[in-house]
Design a protein around this ligand. Structure first.
Ligand code: NBG
Length: 839
C-alpha cells in the first residue's frame, strides 16, 4: 500500500537523472522501488536483510553510469591500464564506503529517516566480503580505492571464493572455525557475466609438432578443462567520477572431459569431475603466510591468472592485430608470488597460441610484470615440487625450464667462477625434492621488484633476493604501503572526520596531507577537549561492542591498549601477555608503581593448523578469566578478546585505541598496515624498529612514539652469537616469576601442562626473541602508562600522530607505483561530458 503510493510520482518523470538522482527524495523513491522490483517485497513484510538489499541496489544503480562512462572513456582513449593480480581482496562492507564515495551519506541518512529507518541498522546487515587473510588482501582493497580515486585506468583481477576467510568463534577460550557464508543471501554488488568465460586447462602432456611454416612448436594436450566465469564489481573513486572494475573469477565445469565420461556411461564419475572443477574457487586458504605444497592452491593460482591474462589478451586484440605492444597497454602487478605463474602463462600464450618466437615473447613478458614482495619469512616463500607442478601444468614446467636454462647460461657467462651463486639463483631448487622457486620466477620475469616498507625493501635486497639485486640493482624499488583514509578515517571515525572537515573543508580525504591542518591545534585547550570527546565516544562505542560480543564490561576512561592482527609468533601477542601477567603479578604482590588503569584488547584469527597461534588465543582468554574476575585486580586491569576480527570490526576498533601494539621481532614484519590505521586515528604506538613502524616514528616524531627492542642488526648478532633465552630467564627476576606463573597452572585451572608448549618454546629456542626484548618492552610500557596520566600531554601526542600520518595514505603509495613502476597517467572521467543518458 504505502510502497505503491511512494513509488507513483517518479513514473511521471522521463529524466534518467531523476531516476538515479542523489537527493533524499530520489533515493527514497528508488529505495522503495528496489524493494518492490528487485526484492519483490512489500513494506510490511520486509526483513532487515530486505532493507539492506534494497539500499544496496539503490546505491548500485547510482554507480552504473559512472562505471559505464569510465569503461567507455578508457576504451576510447586506448589508455594504458594497470592490472592488479591478487589472490586476495579483503574488501570489507561496501554500502557505507560507496555512500561516501558517491558523496550521498547525508542524503541517504535523511531518506532513510523519512521512511522511519536508521541507516546504521541497514549498514550493519551487510556481511563481510572476506576474500583475504590479512594485510596483503586489505592492501589490495586499499589500492583499488586509491587507483579509482586517482583516476588511474585499472582492473583488479582475483578469485571469487565462495567461502572467504572462516568465521572465528571462541569456545571455552579456544578458536573454533566456522564456514564463512558471505554469498548465501546474495551479493548485490557483483554483476555476473555468464558470457565472459575462458577455458582453463590442467594436466595431460605436451607434444612437439611442426607448424605450417615448418617451425618447431609445442602443443599442450590437457587432461582436464574447466571455465572461469567473470563476476564484476564496480569500484568507485572518491571525489571524482572514475569507477574501476574488480573482476573476480568463478570456476565452472568445462565440457570436453565430462562428455567422454558420460559416453562411457560413467554418470557419477562425470558429475564428480564437474564437482572437482568447481572446487577450485570454493574456499580461500586461511594462512596469511602461505602453506606450501597444496595442490588445490596451485590450481587456484593458475586458474585466476590464466583467466585474467586471457581477458587482457582479448582486450588488447580489440585494438591491435597481435600481441606486439601488449606490455605498452598493460602493467601487471604481481601481488606477492601467488600470481607469479603469470610469467609462464603469458609466455605460453605468446608462443603456443599466438605463434611468437621466444625472444620476442620473453621481451613482452618481462616488460609486462612487476612484482611486490610481502614477506621474508623463509617458511612463507612459495616453492612448488617439480613433480606436482609438472603433473598439473606440464607445458608451464617446460617453459620455466627453458627460461631457467637461458638465464643460467647468462649467469655462467657473467660469473664464470661462481657456480654456487648460479645454483642459488636458479629457478629450480635442487635437493631430494626438486622445487620451483616462485620468487625467483617473479623476479626474473618482471621489470621491477619492490618491498613494502623502507627497511623491508633493504632487507629484500640484502637477504632473499641479494644475488638478484647484485645482478640488476636498478630493478629494485621501495614503495611503503598505505591505507585509504576514506574507509579508515571518514567511514570509521565520523567524529574525527568532522574535526578535519571543519579545518580543511569537505573533500579533505582526497589529499591526506590535509591532516596537517590539525597540527597547529595540538596544544589548544578547547581543541584538545574536542579531541578527547572524539576519542571518548569511540571508546564508548567499542566498549558497547565488546559487551555485546563477549559480555565483558570495560571502562572507557582506562587506557585502551590494543593489539589486533593475525595471531603469529613473530607478531608476539605473547610478549604483550607477558607484560600483562607482570602487571597482574605486581598488583598481587603490592609492588605496583604504575596505577594507570588499562584495558587490553586483542583480536585476530589463527591459521587453523597453527597450533602455537591457537594456544596463544587460549592463553589470552585464560589470563583474561583470572584477571577480570579478581576484584583486587580488575579495577585496574581488564583483558578482552574481540572474536572474529575482520574489516567490519576493525572499523570500530582503530578509532578507540589509545595505544597501538606493533611489537614484532625486528626484521620480521614486512610493513604492517594496522600500525598506520591506528596512528591516523590518534593512537600512539608502542613498537619495534620493524616494517613501517620505522617510518611512522620518523613521521610523527620520535618523542611521540614508544620505541623499544632490538634492531635488525642486534637481532642478527644475538642469534649469531648463540642466543640462550634461558639466561634471560635466570637473570631477570620478574620475567622468571611471570613465566613460572604461566607454568604453575594458575591460568589453566591447575593444569601446569596446558601452556607448556609455549613456555618450553620460549625457554628453549625463543626464535622471536621475546625474552631478549622483554625488559625493554616492559620499560616502554611503563613510559606509556606514565604519559597517559598527563591528559594534555597525551592528547597533544595523539593529535600529532594523526596530523603527521598523511604520508601513509594509499593515494601516496599508488602515486609512487604510477610514477616509479607502472608509468601510467590519470585518465579522468567526466559525466558532464556525456549526454547524461544511459546508453
Ligand atoms: C603481509 C605482511 C605485512 C604487510 C602486508 C601487506 C603477507 C605475505 N605479507 O607486514 O606480513 O603489511 O603483507 O604488504 O601476507
Amino acid at each position: 500500500g504505502t510502497a505503491r503510493k511512494e513509488r507513483a510520482p517518479m513514473h511521471g518523470s522521463s529524466d534518467e537523472r531523476t531516476r538515479t538522482g542523489m537527493s533524499p527524495e530520489s533515493l527514497k523513491r528508488a529505495f522503495v522501488d528496489s524493494m518492490f522490483y528487485v526484492q519483490a517485497r512489500y513494506w510490511e513484510v520486509a526483513t532487515p536483510h530486505d532493507l539492506y538489499m534494497a539500499a544496496a541496489y539503490t546505491v548500485r544503480d547510482r554507480m552504473l553510469e559512472r562505471w559505464i562512462r569510465t569503461a567507455e572513456t578508457y576504451r576510447k582513449a586506448d589508455a594504458r591500464t594497470v592490472c592488479y593480480l591478487s589472490a586476495e581482496y579483503l574488501l570489507g562492507p561496501q554500502l557505507g564506503n560507496n555512500l561516501i564515495n558517491l558523496g550521498i551519506v547525508d542524503s541517504a541518512r535523511q531518506g532513510a529517516r523519512d521512511l522511519g529507518i536508521d541507516l546504521q541498522e541497514i549498514l550493519d546487515q551487510e556481511p563481510e566480503p572476506g576474500l583475504g587473510n590479512g594485510g596483503l588482501g586489505r592492501l589490495a582493497a586499499c589500492y583499488l580505492d586509491s587507483l579509482a580515486t586517482l583516476s588511474i585506468p585499472a582492473i583488479g583481477y582475483g578469485i571469487r571464493y565462495e567461502h572467504g576467510i572462516f568465521d572465528q568463534k571462541i569456545v571455552d577460550g579456544w578458536q573454533v572455525e566456522d564456514c564463512d557464508l558471505w554469498l548465501t543471501n546474495g551479493n548485490p554488488w557483483e554483476i555476473p557475466r555468464p558470457l565472459l568465460r575462458y577455458p582453463v586447462r590442467f594436466g595431460g602432456h605436451t607434444e612437439p609438432y611442426t607448424d605450417e611454416h615448418g617451425r618447431f612448436r609445442v602443443r599442450w594436450v590437457p587432461e582436464l578443462d574447466l571455465y572461469g566465469m567473470a563476476y564484476d564489481t564496480p569500484v568507485l573513486g572518491f571525489g571524482n567520477d572514475n569507477t574501476n572494475l574488480l573482476r573476480l573469477w568463478h570456476a565452472t565445469a568445462g565440457r570436453s572431459f565430462d562428455l567422454q565420461a558420460f559416453h562411457k556411461g560413467d554418470y557419477y564419475g562425470a558429475v564428480n569431475a564437474k564437482v572437482g572443477a568447481e572446487n577450485i574457487t570454493k574456499v580461500l586458504y586461511p594462512n596469511d603466510e602461505p602453506e606450501v605444497g597444496k595442490e588445490l592452491r596451485l590450481k587456484q593460482q593458475y586458474f585466476f591468472v590464466s583467466c585474467s591474462l586471457q581477458d587482457m589478451v582479448r582486450v588488447h586484440l580489440q585494438h591491435a592485430p597481435n600481441l606486439e605492444g601488449f606490455h605498452e597497454r598493460f602493467a601487471a602487478q604481481l601481488n606477492d608470488t601467488h600470481p607469479s605463474i603469470a610469467v609462464a602463462e603469458l609466455m605460453r600464450l605468446c608462443l603456443d597460441e599466438h605463434g611468437m618466437d621466444w625472444e620476442r615473447a620473453w621481451e613482452i613478458t618481462r616488460r609486462t610484470f612487476a612484482y611486490t614482495n610481502h614477506t621474508l619469512l623463509p617458511e612463507a616463500l612459495e616453492t612448488w615440487p617439480v613433480e606436482l607442478f609438472g603433473r598439473l601444468l606440464p607445458r608451464h614446467l617446460e617453459i620455466i625450464y627453458e627460461i631457467n636454462a637461458r638465464f643460467l647460461d647468462e649467469l655462467r657467462m657473467r660469473y664464470p667462477f661462481d657456480p654456487e651463486r648460479v645454483a642459488r639463483m636458479s629457478l629450480i631448487e635442487e635437493g631430494p625434492v626438486r622445487r620451483v622457486r616462485m620468487a625467483h620466477l617473479a623476479t626474473v620475469g618482471s621489470f621491477a621488484v619492490n618491498g613494502v616498507a623502507a627497511i623491508h625493501s633493504e632487507l629484500v635486497k640484502s637477504t632473499v633476493l641479494r644475488d638478484f639485486h647484485e645482478l640488476w640493482p636498478e630493478k629494485f624499488h621501495n614503495i611503503t604501503n598505505g591505507v585509504t583514509p576514506r574507509r579508515f578515517i571518514q567511514l570509521s571515525n565520523p567524529d574525527l572526520c568532522g574535526i578535519i572537515t571543519d579545518l580543511a573543508g569537505p573533500g579533505w580525504a582526497r589529499d591526506a596531507e590535509n591532516l596537517r591542518t590539525l597540527e597547529p591545534h595540538a596544544d589548544d585547550a578547547a581543541f584538545q577537549q574536542r579531541w578527547q570527546a572524539m576519542k571518548r565516544a569511540a571508546k564508548e562505542r567499542l566498549a558497547a561492542r565488546i559487551r555485546e560480543a563477549t559480555g565483558a564490561v570495560v571502562d572507557p576512561q582506562s587506557l585502551f591498549d590494543i593489539q589486533v592482527k593475525r595471531i603469529h609468533e613473530y607478531k608476539r601477542q605473547h610478549l604483550n601477555l607477558l607484560h600483562i601477567v607482570a602487571l597482574y603479578h605486581r598488583i598481587k604482590q603490592g609492588t605496583d608503581s604504575d596505577p594507570t588503569p588499562r584495558t587490553f584488547v586483542f583480536g585476530g584469527k589463527a591459521a587453523p593448523g597453527y597450533f602455537m597461534a591457537k594456544l596463544i588465543i587460549k592463553l589470552i582468554h585464560s589470563v583474561a578469566e583470572v584477571i577480570n574476575r579478581d576484584p583486587e585486580v580488575n579495577q585496574r586491569l581488564r583483558v578482552v578478546f574481540v572474536p572474529n576480527f575482520n574489516v567490519k570490526n576493525a572499523e570500530c576498533i582503530y578509532p578507540a585505541a589509545d595505544l597501538s601494539e606493533q611489537i614484532s621481532t625486528a626484521g620480521k614484519e614486512a610493513s604492517g598496515t594496522g600500525n598506520m590505521k591506528f596512528s591516523m586515528n590518534g593512537a600512539l604506538t608502542i613498537g619495534t624498529l620493524d616494517g613501517a613502524n620505522v617510518e611512522i616514528r620518523d613521521a610523527v616524531g620520535h618523542e611521540n612514539f614508544f620505541l623499544f627492542g632490538l634492531t635488525v642488526a642486534e637481532v642478527e648478532r644475538t642469534l649469531a652469537e648463540g642466543y640462550r633465552p634461558w639466561e634471560y630467564y635466570r637473570s631477570h627476576d620478574e620475567l622468571r616469576e611471570v613465566i613460572d606463573l604461566l607454568r604453575s597452572g594458575l591460568f589453566s585451572h591447575g593444569d601446569p601442562d596446558l601452556f607448556r608448549p609455549l613456555t618450553d618454546s620460549l625457554l628453549q629456542h625463543d626464535p622471536y626473541l621475546l625474552l631478549a626484548d622483554y625488559p625493554a618492552y616492559v620499560e616502554a610500557q611503563a613510559r606509556a602508562g606514565d604519559a597517559f596520566r598527563d591528559p594534555a600531554g597525551w592528547t597533544r601526542m595523539s593529535i600529532l600522530n594523526a596530523a603527521r600520518t598523511g604520508f601513509f595514505s594509499s593515494d601516496r603509495a599508488i602515486r609512487e607505483y604510477c610514477r616509479n613502476i607502472w608509468q601510467v597517467e590519470p585518465m579522468p572521467v567526466s559525466l558532464a561530458a556525456g549526454n547524461g543518458s544511459v546508453p
